[in-house]
Design a protein around this ligand. Structure first.
Ligand code: LLP
Length: 422
């Protein structure tokens, strides 16, 4: 994003032009920003540990245009469901380019997961006999819950630790791999996902040591090789202006040093190191362009926009912060104002009080920052509000990558029984 003469540009395209062409609200992604983010991170980790690979957690943004950018850069896909495996296949990725980390799987999930030949990452040893009923995975991994989780997303609950629904308890890990080995599984990996949006490099060292101590003992005692260790996602981005950024080079250096030292301590054959971030690649490359439609002066002044809780769920769901720019007014003096969407719920009053340009008026365009991850992917149709359009920008070029929904999308799967039609 850049601001020239008070006009906001995404890459080299004016948001006013994008709004005129595509309407609002619209998600816009900067292709070069995604590529830069990916390359910066890959360069850092490969520098300290060359046998390294990223799998993109497609749940954060499943637009196939975005996933293709990351595929071109060399990422595999982390799939949270069978449908995400199918999405990966739509961009030509399958087999060991895809990691399947579902949880509380149905028999159908297991059957389809096995058929697709992806890397199976089991959330519980109890799933193993059910998996074996349908076939033998070639390469099997368990998701370890190392007993510790951390998260910097508002009130979002952590993905690991005693209160999380995910992963295998450290005391059960040895037995899980033992049973898999006894069942004839030959190739093993290990996985965890203890945190999201972390900007402290030392956290990544800490979790590396945690998981390596758990699986190192299993490798030694069971005489198995781990082909890979996947540290999950979690590479964080700053959401508030002035917040510090993650020192990615430091994180990579600390992780690689901890990884190597634990490899030596447990006498392991060096596994491939993997991570499966999403936010770091796409989070700050995405924006929502919205329009101010109405301004009300009641108990307080509230700016009403078409960026509602159904467009961007994170503020209402987690109390998450998203910075807002107002096109044409960034140089104006500020005044504390509220800002909301158009949904009939007071949680849609998603900015209670924030210094916004004091001249903000009906018809102005707002640009909501850091909306590339868990933005569109978590949008919904409540109040009959439709999901927005998605646009990709690259230099001066712009491409519609998902159309705005229309009324047909609201009734797509609905059938009204005959007797209700008279
Ligand atoms: N791998 C697994 C198994 C995950 O569950 C997740 C995210 C990731 C990777 C990617 O994590 P990241 O690098 O983006 O931190 N909806 C919340 C975040 C939920 C994270 C869920 N798991 C938000 O809007 O901030």
């Amino acid at each position: 994003m850049q601001i020239i003469d008070q006009q906001i540009y995404l890459e080299e395209v004016k948001v006013s032009e994008l709004a005129a062409i595509y309407g609002t609200p619209t998600y816009v992604y900067e292709e070069n920003r995604i590529r830069d983010n990916f390359r910066r991170a890959l360069r850092a980790f490969k520098k300290y540990y060359p046998d390294f690979r990223f799998f993109y957690a497609i749940k954060a943004n499943n637009n196939l245009a975005i996933a293709n950018i990351l595929r071109q850069e060399g990422a595999g896909i982390d799939a949270a469901s069978v449908n995400e495996i199918l999405l990966a296949q739509k961009i030509g990725l399958g087999g060991e380019d895809v990691m399947f980390s579902g949880n509380f799987l149905s028999d159908d999930d297991i059957r389809q997961g096995l058929q697709s030949g992806v890397i199976f990452n089991l959330d519980d040893p109890g799933l193993l006999p059910r998996v074996l009923k349908f076939g033998q995975p070639e390469l099997l991994s368990f998701r370890v819950n190392p007993g510790y989780g951390q998260c910097e997303v508002g009130d979002f609950v952590c993905n690991a630790g005693p209160d999380a629904k995910f992963g295998v308890h450290p005391d059960q890990v040895m037995d899980a791999y033992r049973r898999a080995k006894e069942a004839g599984v030959k190739r093993f990996g290990a996985h965890m996902m203890p945190g999201s949006c972390i900007r402290d490099p030392d956290y990544f060292r800490f979790i590396t040591e945690l998981v390596m101590d758990i699986i190192g003992k299993a490798a030694r005692e069971l005489q198995i090789n781990f082909e890979f260790v996947d540290l999950g996602g979690g590479l964080g981005i700053p959401y508030k202006p002035g917040d510090y950024t993650l020192d990615i080079d430091k994180a990579a250096e600390l992780v690689a040093a901890a990884f190597r030292s634990k490899i030596a301590e447990y006498g392991l054959r060096p596994p491939r190191l993997m991570m499966e971030p999403a936010r770091y690649f796409v989070g700050d490359a995405g924006y929502i362009i919205g329009t101010v439609h109405a301004i009300k002066d009641s108990y307080k002044r509230i700016i009403g926009t078409d960026v509602s809780m159904n467009t961007l769920a994170r503020p209402a769901m987690y109390g998450a912060y998203h910075h807002i720019y107002v096109n044409g007014r960034e140089d104006e003096p500020r005044q504390p104002l509220g800002l909301c969407g158009q949904v009939c719920e007071n949680t849609d009053f998603w900015v209670r009080e924030r210094p916004l340009p004091q001249g903000i008026s009906e018809g102005d365009l707002i640009v909501v920052e850091n909306a590339g991850a868990y933005g569109y992917a978590m949008s919904y149709q409540y109040n009959g509000r439709l999901r927005p359009a998605e646009v990709l920008v690259n230099g001066k070029q712009h491409y519609l990558i998902r159309s705005r929904e229309n009324i047909d999308d609201l009734v797509r799967n609905v059938t009204v029984p005959e007797h209700l039609l008279n």
